[in-house]
Design a protein around this ligand. Structure first.
Ligand SMILES: Cc1ncc(COP(=O)(O)O)c(C=O)c1O
Length: 355
């Protein structure tokens, strides 16, 4: 079976070069006679690998010195609890921009921990609220938002201005897809399974001064950013193989020209698909143009049977996993870094031909 163009929202397509390198090193990593997944996380060889991946990640994201990078587990969803456990007690209040499926989940998860508030719920997930609609509370311990809404296909094209209130951002579906000024954030977190590797690894980038925030009572040690930072993300066994694969993905990213070059390719892919949707007499994209996601293009004919026929025709051309989330219905093309330009071209061709 040839490789398909897999438009899955996540776990998602991996760069083929990464898969080939992992396969080549599968049973003998670096002359050790063992696979990375067989190495002790406390061994010299593995610690060198782990530290190397952190260095590569910091370089790719241009992470300032005063930020810690943590390699954790539990997915972005566990961060929905970890964030309030680590930060909420600073002032007892927090703001959540509710702009889609996962930001709503993050908001709901945080409600049991204190006085959290939906700071920007405009009741319409097809656009991102404007700055004038945010009403941030200057006494909030943090302002949480989700940079790219994977399900509804929208993306924040600006950095919310919250004054001195730290920004906490779920970047699960956009991390490493475009340059980000990390210094403007308090915490950035992301599950790996879209742009960084296989599921099982969660990356958290946290500003050092926030590590001294008081923890909520009952916070497990594993969820404490301070304890994880003090133990090099190794209080217990980390996602050893996932970290290794992140390293291979970062090597591939660097070979492709880095995050800025990748952002250019991602913009081209998105322009091809949205361009075809806009020109199509069949399909329509509900996301407001200025809020459109670069990573996830969501569109529909408005008729389930027609969408199904499209998905079938796409599968016949090796364009797979295009069915949208049940919350929206229709078609969703997730085009993370590993989706080649050619995949977007082929999809755009089909959209243009489809009647
Ligand atoms: C933006 C966003 N946040 C959170 C999640 C949940 O991630 P996880 O399954 O890693 O907990 C997802 C998963 O698709 C996502 O896209």
């Amino acid at each position: 079976m040839p490789r398909v163009y897999n438009f899955s929202a996540g776990p998602a397509m991996m760069p083929e070069e990464v898969l080939r390198r992992a396969a080549a090193e599968m049973s003998d990593y670096n002359g050790t006679g063992m696979s990375v997944m067989e190495m002790s996380h406390r061994s010299k060889g593995y610690i060198a690998l782990f530290e190397g991946v952190e260095r590569k990640f910091r370089a790719a994201m241009n992470v300032p010195e005063n930020f810690k990078v943590l390699f954790l587990q539990g997915g972005a969803t566990l961060q929905f609890s970890a964030v309030p456990m680590n930060l909420l007690a600073r002032t007892g209040k927090a703001d959540y921009a509710v702009t889609g499926y996962f930001s709503k989940k993050a908001f709901k998860s945080s409600q049991m921990y204190g006085a959290v508030r939906a700071a920007a719920d405009i009741g319409d997930y097809h656009r991102i609220p404007r700055q004038s609609e945010l009403s941030p509370d200057p006494e909030a311990a943090y302002f949480h938002y989700c940079h790219n809404n994977t399900v509804y296909g929208t993306r924040w094209s600006y950095l919310p201005d919250t004054g001195t209130v730290p920004l906490v951002c779920d970047m699960s579906s956009s991390i490493l897809s475009e340059p980000v000024d990390v210094s403007k954030f308090g915490v950035i977190y992301a599950g790996a399974q879209k742009n960084m590797g296989p599921a099982g690894l969660t990356v958290v980038v946290v500003r050092e001064d926030l590590l001294d925030s008081p923890l909520l009572p009952g916070t497990p040690e594993l969820l404490s950013y301070k304890a994880q930072a003090a133990n090099g993300s190794m209080i217990n066994t980390p996602a050893t193989y996932g970290v290794y694969l992140l390293g291979l993905v970062l090597d591939w990213l660097e070979d492709t020209g880095g995050v800025a070059a990748m952002a250019e390719i991602n913009r081209k892919k998105a322009a091809l698909v949205y361009g075809a949707v806009d020109a199509s007499p069949v399909f329509n994209c509900k996301a407001e143009e200025s809020s459109r996601s670069v990573m996830n293009a969501v569109f529909s004919s408005g008729d389930e049977a027609t969408d199904e026929r499209f998905l079938k025709e796409a599968a016949g051309r090796n364009l797979v996993t295009l069915k949208a989330h049940r919350a929206t219905g229709g078609v969703r093309a997730s085009m993370y870094n590993a989706m080649p330009l050619e995949g977007a071209q082929k999809l755009a061709e089909l959209i243009a031909e489809f009647r």
